[in-house]
Design a protein around this ligand. Structure first.
Ligand code: MG
Length: 393
C-alpha cells in the first residue's frame, strides 16, 4: 500500500499569498537549502508512509508468546527536494499497531506539518507532534527520526557530528541470546552468537533456569555477558545472590532485575551490587530520569519508547549529568532506526543495537559493525540509503 499526503495550498487570496511568500523567503534565506536536484519546490513538509513487515531470522519466544515477524512502518519526510527517512517498530507487547501508527501519522500530516514551512524548527514541530496524544511513542519516533535525517541532509552533516561526538568512541553492540527450555536450542543460539564480543542473555525465569542458561553459554563462549532479567527476579535478596554468582562469570551489567515500580528495592540492590544495575522498563522518557538517580547506576534508552532522537539525546545528556551510565537499546528494526540510535552511541557505555541483524529483509544500508563495534559513517543525517526507491519498498 502506498500512502501520500500533500499539504494543499489554500486559495491564493492576497493575505495568504503574502504569508506564503514570506515563509518561502525565510526558508530560502537559510544556508544550504538549495534543492539537491536544482528543482523548484514549495516549502511544504510532505510526509509519506509505508507499512512493512520485518521478517525475523529466528522465531522469537518469551514466556507468553512466539512470533516470526514484527510490524514496522517506514516513513519519508520531504522538503524542497530533500528526503529524510524514519521508522516505527511495533512489537505486540508495547500496544502500538500498523493501524494506530498510520492513523497517528495522518494526524501529524494534517494537524501539525501544514503550520511549519521550516524543518529547522525541530523543537516546535516535535513538541506539537508529542502533544497529539499521551502515548504513540513509536509513531512519534518515526516522525522524529525522519525529521532528524532530513535536517542532517540539508546541513550535509551526520547527527553524531552535529551533537559534537567522537565517532571513534562507539561501543561494541551486544547480540541477544533468548531463553529456551531446550539445551539443544540454546546451544544453536550460542553458535549463532559466536561472532560477537558481547552477549546479552535474557534471564528472570527463576534461579535454576537462569543458572542453566549461563552454564550452557560459559561452556562454549568466554565473551562478556550483559544480563537482562526483564523484571523477573522476585526478591531483592535473591537478586543480590544471583548478581554475586554472575559477577564471578564475566558479566558486565544487570538490566531491570526487579519490578519497575519498586524503586526502594532497586536502590537497596544497587547500593550492594558488585555490578552496575540498569533501568529499562522503569525508564521510558526524560521525565523518569531524576527519580531513578540513586536507585539505578544507568538507564537503557530506546528510540521507540522515548519518541525518538530528540528526547534520546536529552536523556543521554541528563543521565550523564546525574553521573549515570547510558545504554542504548532497540526493538526489531531496520537499519533506519538502528542507525538513528547509533548516532548517540559515542556517549553510550553499552549498546544493544542488534535489531537490524535479527531481520532477514532489511531494506536500508546504514550503520555497520566492524568485529562487533558500531561503525558510524560520514553520510549526512542518520547515514542511511534505501536499497530501492521508497515507493517500491
Ligand atoms: Mg531490557
Amino acid at each position: 500500500m502506498w500512502y501520500v499526503n500533500v499539504v494543499r495550498k489554500s486559495s491564493m487570496r492576497r493575505r495568504t499569498f503574502l504569508k506564503t511568500s514570506a515563509a518561502i523567503a525565510a526558508a530560502a534565506a537559510l544556508p544550504g537549502c538549495k534543492a539537491p536536484d536544482g528543482g523548484v519546490y514549495t516549502d511544504d513538509l510532505v510526509l509519506d508512509w509505508r507499512p512493512y513487515t520485518g521478517q525475523l531470522k529466528y522465531t522469537f519466544t518469551i514466556a507468553t508468546y512466539s512470533r516470526t515477524f514484527t510490524p514496522l512502518v517506514l516513513v519519508r519526510l520531504r522538503w524542497r527536494g530533500f528526503n529524510g527517512y524514519g521508522e516505527a517498530s511495533m512489537p505486540q507487547y508495547l500496544g502500538e499497531s500498523t493501524e494506530s501508527v498510520t492513523a497517528f501519522l495522518a494526524r501529524v500530516a494534517q494537524e501539525v506539518l501544514p503550520r511549519f514551512k521550516n524543518p529547522f524548527l525541530m523543537e516546535d514541530i516535535l513538541t506539537e507532534v508529542d502533544a497529539l496524544s499521551p502515548r504513540d511513542t513509536a509513531a512519534k519516533a518515526a516522525v522524529d527520526i525522519a525529521l532528524h535525517d532530513l535536517v542532517g541532509r540539508i546541513l550535509d552533516r551526520p547527527w553524531w557530528q552535529l551533537w559534537g561526538y567522537d565517532a571513534a568512541k562507539t561501543p561494541c553492540t551486544s547480540y541477544t541470546i533468548g531463553y529456551d527450555a531446550s539445551d539443544d536450542v540454546v546451544n544453536e543460539k550460542i553458535e549463532e552468537a559466536s561472532w560477537t564480543k558481547v552477549v546479552k542473555v535474557k534471564l528472570g525465569m527463576g534461579e535454576k533456569e537462569d543458572k542453566r542458561m549461563i552454564n550452557l553459554i560459559r561452556a562454549k563462549l568466554d565473551t562478556v555477558i550483559c544480563i537482562d532479567a526483564n523484571q523477573g527476579w522476585k526478591s531483592r535478596e535473591m537478586a543480590l545472590d544471583m548478581i554475586y554468582w554472575l559477577a564471578e562469570r564475566n558479566v558486565c551489567l544487570i538490566e531491570q532485575p526487579m519490578a519497575k515500580e519498586n524503586l526502594d528495592d532497586a536502590a537497596w540492590l544497587t547500593e550492594r551490587s558488585p555490578l552496575p544495575v540498569i533501568a529499562d522498563e522503569a525508564c521510558q522518557r526524560l521525565a523518569d530520569i531524576p527519580r531513578l538517580a540513586g536507585a539505578y547506576n544507568g538507564i537503557n534508552i530506546k528510540l521507540m519508547k522515548c519518541t525518538g532522537m530528540r528526547e534520546a539525546h536529552k536523556m543521554a545528556e541528563m543521565a550523564r549529568g546525574l553521573g549515570m551510565d547510558v545504554m542504548l537499546g532497540c526493538m526489531t528494526e531496520t537499519s533506519v532506526a538502528i542507525s538513528a540510535a547509533a548516532q548517540l552511541s559515542p556517549v553510550a557505555r553499552w549498546a544493544d543495537l542488534d535489531g537490524n541483524i535479527l531481520i532477514a529483509n532489511d531494506c536500508f544500508n546504514g550503520m555497520r559493525l566492524t568485529d562487533g563495534k558500531i561503525t558510524l559513517n560520514d553520510k549526512p543525517g542518520i547515514g542511511v540509503d534505501p536499497l530501492k526507491p521508497f515507493e517500491e519498498l
